[in-house]
Design a protein around this ligand. Sequence first.
Ligand SMILES: *[C@@H]1O[C@H](CO)[C@@H](O)[C@H](O)[C@H]1NC(C)=O
Ligand SMILES: *[C@@H]1O[C@H](CO)[C@@H](O)[C@H](O)[C@H]1NC(C)=O
Ligand SMILES: *[C@@H]1O[C@H](CO)[C@@H](O)[C@H](O)[C@H]1NC(C)=O
Ligand SMILES: *[C@@H]1O[C@H](CO)[C@@H](O)[C@H](O)[C@H]1NC(C)=O
Ligand SMILES: *[C@@H]1O[C@H](CO)[C@@H](O)[C@H](O)[C@H]1NC(C)=O
Length: 486
Amino acid sequence: MRTSVALAALGAQIASAVVSLEVSGADFINPTTKDRFQVVGVAYQPGGSAGYDPEHGFDPLSNPAKCMRDAAIMQILGINAIRVYNLDPNLNHDGCASIFNAAGMYMMIDVNSPLVGESIDSTAPWTTYTKAYLNRTFAIVEAFRHYPNTLLFFAGNEVINDEATAEFNPQYVRAVTRDIKQYVAKNSDRPIPVGYSAADVRSVLFDSWNYFACSEADEDDDMSRADVFALNSYSWCGDSSYTTSSYDKLVSGFEGTSVPIFFSEFGCNTPAPRVFTEVGAMYGKEMTPVFSGGVVYEYTYEANKYGLVNISSDGTVTLLDDYYALQNQYNKIDFKTLQSAAADGASVKPPTCSSKLISSKDFSSNFTLPKQPVGVDALISKGVSPTPTGKIISISDYSVNYTVRNENGTVLTNLAVKPLASNAANTPGSNTASSSSSTTSSSSGSSGSSGSSGSSTSAAFGRVEMLWVPAVALGAVFPTLFALFL
Ligand SMILES: *[C@@H]1O[C@H](CO)[C@@H](O)[C@H](O)[C@H]1NC(C)=O
Ligand SMILES: *[C@@H]1O[C@H](CO)[C@@H](O)[C@H](O)[C@H]1NC(C)=O
Ligand SMILES: *[C@@H]1O[C@H](CO)[C@@H](O)[C@H](O)[C@H]1NC(C)=O
Ligand SMILES: *[C@@H]1O[C@H](CO)[C@@H](O)[C@H](O)[C@H]1NC(C)=O
Ligand SMILES: *[C@@H]1O[C@H](CO)[C@@H](O)[C@H](O)[C@H]1NC(C)=O
């Protein structure tokens, strides 16, 4: 009896663990299936930058009830990754990370925040590249490295935006990339990619890519080289086209990339409402050879008017026109075929860093990086202290506690996150449980919210599936439970 309870608990947890993705050549891959992964992401910053408030103890991943609501809404849409910009390493993110993990969604984590001392100041980067800054940056890595669904860390977001910011910042962003990669290599049980999220400013875009993705030492393990390169692009507006939007120029510009490329933000909002016809191009045959998908900007409607949903002060959510327009476009994509395409396995040798790679005279061709501030080597070798930590926790109730309305004001009933089988990333259609009629009986039995029902059968199947997870990763994430098997 004791054994079966322990196994059921183990199954219930692991059944919902996604496989940690890896970078292979210019692709994200699932190391278990070797399938190539296309990002179907959404930027998640409810409340805008005010949604990050360390003084009052909250950030976008600190409230599990809200994460449950939002994960369910995203799951129905077909999202498989969220991007979160501003996080406090000292808050507990276990509930939210576990919910998104169970829903089959990865997390892209920006290590910086807009608060002073928590990012590189692009007007004078040398004043902000300090031991205290790196300590906080490493604390973010510690807080998120244990979650299997942490997809990557962004070392910087739009630090280089024009000629003026292109002179000194490249060295500093590449230095921060180096420092995070050294920290991950020394302290993490698995490799977690580190990348840069660029502004789509064409005068500096391709130089940024070349600067960050080149190899300094002409070696594969070049520590300062970005593992991925992403861009925030708003060049497709309205019902545009592959050429009118200049997406064709992005594809030709990034062709032959040695690292994965994707949109870390997309979704021009003039004209509004949005029609999201870029989705067809993004996941179509012209772009997928070079691009690995994109992150739509953004989940919540804020003053900047980009939201898919509107959240009122009591936490009630209304799905907006943009939500349905995006869903309509996702539904046209054959994600089943797309997400099961084999990675091509070709690894492109990164170009060697050299001024020849840089085309603008204003862009730095200085590849000598700033030295690490004094004491950072000890932070890397000993780890930050106190050490934030994180772990996947068991969730007993996947139902949503907030009211969610469709565009016509009708309440969605039976709304819940549907925990997916291990190994599964979310796709459109995986969660169809809710219905938008307030009169529908809640006993339809299809809500998918039975994660905790103690049904030992499903828990046991979950456990069997889980055994495909590499033992090393499993032991790292669930050291105590894993010991039960030994
Ligand atoms: C929703 O409310 C129920 C009942 O109060 C509670 O047990 C459950 O934990 C809540 N769910 C979340 C995600 O907070
Ligand atoms: C380093 O970061 C941790 C986690 O945020 C924090 O508790 C600690 O005070 C920081 N140490 C220094 C010296 O700033
Ligand atoms: C969002 O909801 C608020 C009320 O909570 C309303 O004033 C506002 O107009 C709504 N915005 C949109 C875009 O629907
Ligand atoms: C290159 O950048 C490094 C680090 O910022 C700096 O120390 C060095 O002086 C720069 N070299 C030149 C030639 O500007
Ligand atoms: C909202 O109402 C319109 C008009 O009746 C209908 O066409 C549309 O499908 C409804 N939306 C949803 C999500 O049910």
